[in-house]
Every structure is written in structure tokens, then in C-alpha cells.
Design a protein around this ligand. Structure first.
Ligand code: SF4
Length: 179
């Protein structure tokens, strides 16, 4: 059964509690705390990354009939919800752990709005595979903990150190961090 939310409908007025952390911030925390801090301090480079553009293109061209983007408080964008399941479309499973965290956070945000949902699926159309996730009560506690840490990093005065990791090669902040 689909949740009755129309295409592009914002949930901001659905329930009063606003989400404290955007989907992008949550995602960046999982990827790199420095990236989160830079983004939160208005150093934005994503539009320069071909990798980001390719991801957006795959996202837009996949599952066109099912696409009903859900936006929560202008802060969290869910690709679509089908059969009481949150779906996120990704171009590759290279960062699967991050994708899993991201979808669990989306489910958490929906639950904060009073929607009884726990299941998510990450769709990798290029690889023709899917990964299922479930927001169990234990996972919900972990997500709450991450939300607190995201807020701490956003409010920190010092920028976290560079990662010196292979993921930096694909990061839009690479020139900024290593020049
Ligand atoms: S280049 Fe590396 S250290 Fe810098 S923001 Fe990106 S992932 Fe983090």
C-alpha cells in the first residue's frame, strides 16, 4: 500500500516537529566530517563535480513512472515511496554503507512526522541490484546519536582534518582540501 503523499508534496506542515539535520548533512557526516563542516559553513563545490551530475542523471532517468519525490521540511528529499517502503536510487554500491545510513535517516525523519514506516530499499539500476534496510529500534537509537554528532560538527569552530583517503579523489572538495 502506498503512503498517500502526492508528488513533490512537502511534509513540513504534516506534523509540527521539524527535522534538525538535512539529508545532505547526514550523508556528508557519514562520508567525511570535514566535508560536512565545509558545507555547513557555506563552502559549496558540489555543482562542479561530474560524479555528482552523473548520479543526478541516473536518479532522474530511473523508475520514471514510480517517481514521486517527497520533500520533508525542505531539508530531506526522498526519491520515492512505494508499498510503504522508502526508495533511494544510486548509481553505484561503492559507498553502500553510507547509502544505508542515509535511507535509515529518511525513514527516521518520516517516523518523526508520525508516519509508521520502517523499511527501505536502495536501488542500483546500473547494477540491477537492490539492498533492503530496516529501521529497527536499535538502529533508530544509532541514527539519533548520529544526528547529535552532526549538530556538534556543524557548530564546531575548527574545521576537521583532511581524511587522506581514496574517497578524496572523487570528492568535489579535493582541490580545496589539498591545494
Ligand atoms: S577531499 Fe577528502 S578530506 Fe576533503 S572534504 Fe572531501 S573527502 Fe573530506
Amino acid at each position: 500500500m502506498d503512503i498517500a503523499i502526492s508528488s513533490d508534496q512537502s511534509l513540513s506542515n504534516y506534523m509540527s516537529q521539524s527535522v534538525a539535520v538535512t539529508g545532505t548533512e547526514f550523508n556528508y557526516y557519514l562520508l567525511c566530517k570535514r566535508k560536512l563542516w565545509l558545507f555547513a559553513h557555506d563552502v559549496e563545490m558540489e555543482h562542479t563535480s561530474d560524479n555528482v551530475l552523473l548520479g543526478k542523471l541516473i536518479d532522474e532517468e530511473s523508475y520514471p513512472r514510480k517517481k514521486k519525490e517527497i520533500i520533508i521540511d525542505g531539508a530531506v528529499k526522498i526519491d520515492f515511496i512505494d508499498d510503504n517502503t522508502v526508495h533511494e536510487v544510486k548509481k553505484s554500491n561503492r559507498m553502500e554503507e553510507v547509502h544505508i545510513g542515509q535511507v535509515l535517516y529518511y525513514i527516521y525523519c518520516l517516523r518523526q512526522k508520525g508516519i509508521d514506516i520502517r523499511k527501505g530499499v536502495i536501488n542500483y539500476p546500473k547494477q540491477k541490484r537492490t539492498t533492503e534496510v530496516m529501521l529497527t529500534p536499535d538502529k533508530e537509537c544509532e541514527i539519533k546519536d548520529v544526528v547529535k554528532k552532526v549538530i556538534e560538527i556543524k557548530n564546531a569552530e575548527q574545521v576537521p582534518d583532511v581524511l587522506n583517503s581514496k574517497i578524496c579523489k572523487k570528492c568535489s572538495y579535493e582541490d580545496f582540501c589539498y591545494s
